[in-house]
Design a protein around this ligand. Structure first.
Ligand code: PRP
Length: 190
């Protein structure tokens, strides 16, 4: 049996197929292109590692206006699956000066909102002209801080999702779909 079959068997069901993800990316890419087309500022897409890399790779190619990319890596001082909101910068932006630029933070998932809320504050202090959030997945039920994304691919229920960049214990990131993991895989309740 192939590794792909093994991974598929760990899924309770597929939440977003490869085809649906393509449609989402095309829709958001067009929306972003239209929204920023007339801006004279530099548009910088900031991908938050690692979960957003797959989405970022597809999204940037669905944007048809000039844009730049940069990456940040953060680690949250949380326990288990809950982030505390205190975020350590593991890798900062390469771009020294973002003053006057249009920043678009690209994330795979917006959960409690703590990570993005912290990041938005941190980056706002560097005086970009604008700062917006684009998330592939949004789990509004889990929100503990008041934060809304400007672009949302799909609003999803509070389930353990993996694939298309998202992991469980660093696994499943390379799936071309987003699936709901079987609770038996992570020792949860069925
Ligand atoms: C995920 C996701 C966000 C954060 C969202 O990252 O990419 O950064 O959690 O959670 P929050 O809204 O509750 O703050 P994760 O820490 O799993 O790292 P990864 O992207 O490297 O998988």
């Amino acid at each position: 049996m192939s590794e792909a079959t093994f991974m598929r068997e760990d899924m309770e069901r597929i939440l977003l197929s490869e085809e649906e993800l393509k449609e989402i990316v095309a829709r958001i890419g067009k929306q972003i292109s239209d929204d920023y087309r007339d801006s004279t500022n530099k548009l910088i897409l900031v991908s938050v590692l690692k979960g957003s890399v797959v989405f970022m790779g597809d999204l940037m190619r669905a944007i048809d206006i000039p844009c730049y990319i940069d990456f940040m890596s953060v680690s949250s001082y949380g326990s288990g699956t809950t982030s505390s909101g205190v975020v350590k910068i593991v890798k900062d932006l390469d771009t020294n000066v973002i003053e006057g630029a249009d920043l678009l933070i690209v994330e795979d998932i917006l959960d409690s909102g703590r990570t993005l809320s912290y990041l938005k504050k941190l980056l706002s202090a560097r005086k970009p002209k604008s700062i917006k959030i684009c998330t592939l997945l949004d789990k509004p039920e889990r929100r503990v801080v008041d934060l809304k994304a400007d672009y949302v691919g799909a609003t999803i229920p509070d389930a353990f999702v993996v694939g298309y960049g998202l992991d469980y214990d660093e696994k499943y990131r390379n799936l071309s779909y987003v699936g709901i993991l079987k609770p038996s895989v992570y020792g949860g309740e069925a």
